[in-house]
Design a protein around this ligand. Structure first.
Ligand code: FES
Ligand SMILES: [Fe+2]
Length: 408
C-alpha cells in the first residue's frame, strides 16, 4: 500500500519531468517577518511545538543494543533515551528524583545510572534501584520515585518522543501514515557512521532551507554547481512533507550513475529512485540520500531551537545502509559527510544568520513564498495552526488526519 504511494509519486514526478513542469501552489504567500524574530512567539513555539508534539530524537542505530543510552537537551528539557533489555526504547526526564541533577551525560552503554550528586542509582527502565545511605536518608516509596517517563514510539528505525509527561496525543496519529513511507528506507538495520552538531539561525529560518530546492543553484553554486535543479514537487501527510525533483531520471543505488526511469518497467525502478529528494518530518527533521564512496547513506538533520530566537542547533547524523568494511567506502563516506558540513554551515546557515540579522532590523514587514515554494507555505501555515491550537484541538487535528489517511 505504501509502496503504491511511492510509485504514484514517482509516476507524477516523471510526468512533470517529461513535460518540463512542476506543481505550483495556488498563489504567492506573504508571512510576517516578525514570525522569525519575535522572542515571545519563539517562547510560544518552544512550548506549543517542541514541548507538545512528538519529536524524532534519535535514529534507532544511535541506540544499537540493550543498555545503549543518550542524554540530550531539547528546548531546555534534559532527556535520557535508553534501550531496554527487551530491545524497546524508553525516554525519561533526565533528572534525579532526589534533587533534579541529570543522572546521565553524553552517550554510551550502561546497565544503570548513578546520579553524580549524592549517589542515587536508577536502572535503564527508570526504576529507582538504590538511595545512598538509606538508613540516614529516611523512608521513601521507591516505586514513586522512578525517573519520569515520556511517551515514545520507535517506527521506521527512528525514535519519537513527546516531551509532555501528560500528553494525550497518540504518536502514531501524529505521524499521519508517513512512517509507513519512511519504513522503505529500512533505517532500523542501518549503521550510524558519525554525527556532529552545527549552530544555525532561528529554527524556522533554518528549516525553510530544507523545504526549498529553489535556492540550490544559487546559494550552493560553489558546492552543488550552478546548474543544479531548482524545482520540487511537494507531497504531504499532515504537516510532514516530502520534496521530489520532477524528473525522468534518478540516481542508482550506491553509485553516482543516473538511470532513465521513463524507459524502465516500473517493477525495475530501484528503491532509492522511489525515495529520491528530501523527506522532512515536522517540525525539525530532514532526510536526504547520498552515495559517498559507493556506500548508500543518508543525512538525517535534526534541528532544535537554540538559546535565543536567533539561534538553533542542528545535529547531523550520517547513517549508512551497511557498516563500511573497506577504507575506500569509509573514506568516501567521510568526504561526503564533511562536504555536507561545509554546505550547511558555510552556505545555508551563514546566509540564514545574515538574513535573520537583517530581519531583526524590523525594517521589513513581510517575506514571500512563491508558487514554486509550496513546502515553505505549508510549513508556516501548519506552524501557525499548531501554535494556536488548544490541547483538545491538537488531538482532534491529528485524529482527523489519520482517519483521512486511512481512508485513502
Ligand atoms: S540529586 Fe541525585 S542523588 Fe541527589
Ligand atoms: Fe541549502
Amino acid at each position: 500500500m505504501s509502496r503504491d504511494q511511492l510509485l504514484e509519486m514517482t509516476r507524477s514526478l516523471i510526468e512533470h519531468g517529461r513535460a518540463n513542469t512542476m506543481e505550483l501552489a495556488e498563489a504567492v504567500v506573504s508571512i510576517p517577518a516578525s514570525s522569525y524574530t519575535d522572542p515571545d512567539l519563539y517562547e510560544l513555539e518552544k512550548e506549543k511545538i517542541f514541548k507538545r508534539l512528538p519529536l524524532m530524537l534519535a535514529p534507532s542505530c544511535e541506540l544499537p543494543e540493550p543498555g545503549s543510552y543518550k542524554a540530550m537537551d531539547v528546548a531546555g528539557v534534559p532527556v535520557l533515551l535508553t534501550r531496554q533489555k527487551d530491545g524497546s526504547v524508553a525516554a525519561f526526564l533526565n533528572m534525579c528524583t532526589h534533587r533534579g541533577n541529570p543522572v546521565a551525560q553524553g552517550h554510551g552503554t550502561a546497565s544503570r545510572f548513578m546520579c553524580g550528586y549524592h549517589g542515587w542509582t536508577f536502572k535503564s527502565d527508570g526504576s529507582l534501584m538504590g538511595v545512598a545511605s538509606p538508613g540516614d536518608f529516611g523512608a521513601i516509596d521507591k516505586a514513586a520515585h522512578c525517573l519520569k517517563r515520556f511517551p515514545s514510539l520507535e517506527r521506521a528505525g527512528l525514535i519519537w518522543v513527546t516531551l509532555d509527561l501528560n500528553s494525550r496525543l497518540d504518536i502514531a496519529d501524529y505521524l499521519c501514515g508517513y512512517d509507513a513511507l519512511l519504513e522503505h528506507f529500512g533505517f532500523k538495520d542501518w549503521y550510524l557512521f558519525d554525527s556532529r552538531q552545527i549552530k544555525g539561525p532561528n529554527w524556522k529560518t533554518a528549516y525553510d532551507g530544507y523545504l526549498d530546492f529553489y535556492h540550490l543553484p544559487v546559494l550552493h553554486a560553489a558546492t552543488f554547481g550552478p546548474d543544479f535543479f531548482n524545482r520540487a514537487n511537494y507531497f504531504s501527510w499532515g504537516p510532514h512533507q516530502r520534496l521530489g525533483s520532477p524528473s525522468t531520471t534518478a540516481q542508482k543505488t550506491g553509485s553516482d550513475e543516473v538511470v532513465d526511469l521513463a524507459s524502465m518497467p516500473e517493477a525495475d525502478w530501484p528503491i532509492d529512485a522511489l525515495l529520491q529528494g528530501v523527506w522532512t518530518i515536522y517540525p525539525h527533521i530532514s532526510i536526504a540520500s547520498f552515495y559517498g564512496g559507493g556506500g548508500r547513506g543518508a543525512l538525517i538533520s535534526q534541528l532544535l531551537p537554540g538559546e535565543t530566537v536567533g539561534e538553533s542547533v542542528t545535529t547531523q547524523f550520517y547513517v549508512m545502509e551497511f557498516e563500511p568494511t573497506d577504507d575506500a567506502v569509509r573514506q568516501g563516506a567521510r568526504e561526503q559527510f564533511d562536504f555536507l558540513k561545509v554546505v550547511v554551515e558555510q552556505e545555508d546557515y551563514t546566509t540564514g544568520k545574515r538574513q535573520h540579522e537583517a530581519l531583526q532590523s524590523g525594517m521589513m514587514d513581510s517575506v514571500l513564498f512563491g508558487r514554486n515554494e509550496g513546502g515553505g507555505q505549508v510549513f508556516h501555515q501548519w506552524t501557525r495552526r499548531l501554535v494556536e491550537a488548544s490541547d483538545d484541538e491538537l488531538l482532534d487535528i491529528f485524529a482527523r488526519q489519520s482517519i483521512a489517511e486511512a481512508a485513502e
